[in-house]
Design a protein around this ligand. Sequence first.
Ligand SMILES: NC(=O)c1ccc[n+]([C@@H]2O[C@H](COP(=O)([O-])OP(=O)(O)OC[C@H]3O[C@@H](n4cnc5c(N)ncnc54)[C@H](O)[C@@H]3O)[C@@H](O)[C@H]2O)c1
Ligand SMILES: [Zn+2]
Length: 310
Amino acid sequence: MSMRNPSVVTWKGCLAPRFLSGNKGTKHSTYRGLMTSLDDAARVIEAADALLITAGAGMGVDSGLPDFRGGQGFWNAYPPYRALKIDFLEISSPDWFRKDPAFAWGFYGHRRNLYRETQPHNGYHLLREWAGKKKNGYFVVASNVDGAFKKAGFEEDRIVEAHGSIEWNQCLSICGAGITPAGPETVEIDTDQMRAVSQIPTCPGCSGTTRPNIMMFGDPYWDKRRTEAQLERFYAWLTGVRKKNVVVIECGAGIEIPSIRERSEEVIEEVGGKLVRINPAHARVPTGQIGLEMGALEALSKINLAHSSM
Ligand SMILES: NC(=O)c1ccc[n+]([C@@H]2O[C@H](COP(=O)([O-])OP(=O)(O)OC[C@H]3O[C@@H](n4cnc5c(N)ncnc54)[C@H](O)[C@@H]3O)[C@@H](O)[C@H]2O)c1
Ligand SMILES: [Zn+2]
């Protein structure tokens, strides 16, 4: 996210840490308080001229996908790695593709298959419906690599996949083939060993090993050109909606890699508007913003109900 173009609104870079410390979640002490927040959320969303939807792994949870919250969360989703004492950070290293490509593709092939089989829950469709009615349009910025927003009907040129996409590959040897579509093939996985047991995806340029076009940990080789092009479009949109009553609806963004949370808050600081943060465990918000301590599907469905009674 380091691109700078002085003529457009861009991220400030590093957000003041006051918003990030002690994210313990907003406790709604009474039922009445909770309903008020839901009503407030429904009202600001209804009145918005533009929607920015930001999302992390928690947005996929109600579709049946795991988030990777904490070491235990990852191991609950992928028990074989517990036995190997390999955590999310370690398995997300691009080095595996050189050391042991079948093992690397065990993880990413499994995730690709899982994401392809998964249908986005109704919360995505509600967001798409609301977004389609806004006179200044919408944008989606997600750290998810699962392609769920596109599947739910959001326009491809209004999505930023901040960490890349599992539906695209890049050559491990950087042969010049660039970022290439993953193709429909399924990588078969031995889920006891978490190893690919079918042919692993190869580069259309050089027939060598390929890897997903996803930002991994310790990954200077991630080809970010696709994401950078998406960001250019996003910055142009953001510049156009400055002071235009923008509402940011953030769903399921975690605190361990808080980049999405920071983006949501930076947008509100830079262009004005309101933040509605939906997260069952980490709903704390800066003063004056709205935190809903519940799952994405429940919150979005309740906001929709509140809309229909307005
Ligand atoms: N679907 C995906 O593409 C996917 C899935 C897992 C991880 N990842 C990657 O792993 C990293 C994980 O970071 P992260 O912050 O996105 O996730 P995270 O796993 O660190 O945090 C998930 C957050 O979602 C919240 N949550 C749990 N259930 C929820 C629900 N039903 N509704 C709304 N929120 C819910 C949790 O409280 C938590 O704050 C990211 O870089 C992302 O690219 C992607
Ligand atoms: Zn190649």
